[in-house]
Design a binder for this molecule. Structure first.
Ligand SMILES: Nc1ncnc2c1ncn2[C@@H]1O[C@H](COP(=O)(O)OP(=O)(O)O)[C@@H](O)[C@H]1O
Ligand SMILES: [Mg+2]
Length: 372
């Protein structure tokens, strides 16, 4: 019998975060884009409540025409799911790696909390499974905008000026935070939850009267809130691909339909658009690419990340806004388009990410964990 030489790729998608739907789209595009002759795809859908979806539930999560291309996770036994490991039986964990028929590598194609934030990466580590993308710490550090900015600033990288406030301080300390922010930079400001994405809970504060409501609104989503200097800037993004030898893509620009790149401008409006490459001078593009690589290295990223910037319209200065360790991943998403523009088509991008994930896995396994 001929050996099946296809790469067995497990895709984890959906998930518990507000970006569940975005993840479904990312997963559907990856499945549709990969050559069935080259990949055997295991689909592990995660419901909004955090369960691995039953095969019948997958119907609501992926377009039916893709069903011929995937094997539900149950095909290797529900017992073989990573959830088994979460339930505390690692020694009986399923034979999921290598020549046993399960996925050789997992793609946590999950955005936001419980997926992009190191939690799923931790689960995969516990299960001893190779996966694509950043590890536990880089994922967690990048997801927390407060922590990420502290780490980057400490390495001398330019981050948007901000103050951090905890929801417990809002009752008594709101006025003093507001005064500090007013003294530091004045209006407009932005308030945002530290740990979300897709612009959920991000509010522009134009004047003092809006301050309290905006910050309280952001606090509905997180116990930690950032209050930032509002930058009148162009929004530029750069994709990073690699492990220790990471490369930076060309730079792209997001031209938002709304006053800022809020949820509606990202996912509802058809007016927002991407310009690749961004119309900026070569020196600025080089500066952004260098900053993207440094930011990735400071957080000890692996695999992929998209680093987002503001280019200050008045001063021409560049600020790092945030790092996304699992950016939207469809062929028409910024991440893939930046690489396509740099000469790396989508299928090759996925192949390279798999190679990088396996490389990181092997490297980790080759290290000692004790001095014995
Ligand atoms: N300090 C800021 N100055 C100007 N615009 C901002 C600022 N912070 C956020 N924004 C706007 O809000 C959008 C979403 O904020 P961001 O911090 O990128 O959160 P998310 O992780 O949800 O994408 C940005 O793309 C930008 O349009
Ligand atoms: Mg953003």
């Amino acid at each position: 019998m001929r050996q099946d030489r296809r790469t067995r790729l497990g895709i984890l998608f959906g998930g518990r975060s507000g970006e569940h739907e975005v993840s479904l789209t990312s997963a559907a595009s990856v499945i549709a884009a990969l050559d069935p002759e080259a990949y055997e795809i295991f689909a592990a859908g995660i419901t909004p409540s955090g369960r691995i979806a039953r095969p019948s539930e997958l119907k609501g999560m992926l377009p039916v025409e893709l069903f011929g291309r995937i094997r539900p996770l149950a095909a290797i036994g529900t017992e073989a799911s990573v959830l088994r490991v979460a339930s505390g039986a690692p020694e009986e964990a399923p034979p999921a790696v290598g020549g046993d028929g399960g996925p050789e590598i997992w793609f946590p194609l999950l955005h936001g909390p419980y997926g992009e934030d190191g939690t799923m990466q931790g689960l995969l580590e516990m299960a001893g499974l190779p996966y694509i993308g950043c590890g536990v710490l880089a994922s967690a550090a990048a997801m927390d905008k407060d922590l990420a900015k502290r780490l980057l600033a400490q390495s001398g990288l330019p981050v948007t000026p901000s103050l951090t406030v905890f929801s417990r301080e809002l009752e008594t300390g709101l006025a003093s935070v507001r005064e500090r922010a007013e003294r530091a930079w004045g209006y407009p400001m932005f308030s945002k939850p530290a740990n979300l994405g897709s612009s959920v809970g991000v509010r522009k504060i134009r004047r003092r009267e809006e301050f309290g409501d905006a910050v309280r609104d952001s606090a509905r989503y997180d116990r930690k809130i950032l209050i930032e200097k509002g930058i009148d800037g162009r929004e530029l993004e750069c994709a990073v691909l690699g492990n220790d030898d990471a490369r930076a893509s060309v730079v792209g620009e997001v031209i938002s339909a709304g006053e800022f790149y809020d949820y509606a401008s990202k996912y509802v409006s058809t007016e927002s658009r991407l310009e690749i490459p961004a119309r900026i001078d070569a020196a600025t593009a080089d500066e952004i690419r260098a900053l993207a690589l440094r930011a990735f290295a400071v957080l000890d990223g692996s695999g992929l990340a998209r680093v987002d910037f503001f280019l200050d319209r008045a001063s021409g200065g560049v600020w790092i806004n945030e790092i996304n360790t699992m950016p939207g991943f469809t062929p028409i998403s910024m991440y893939a388009k930046l690489w396509a523009a740099a000469g790396v088509p989508f299928a090759e991008l996925v192949r390279e990410l798999i190679r990088l994930g396996l490389e990181r896995f092997e490297e980790r396994n080759s290290r000692r964990v004790s001095c014995g």
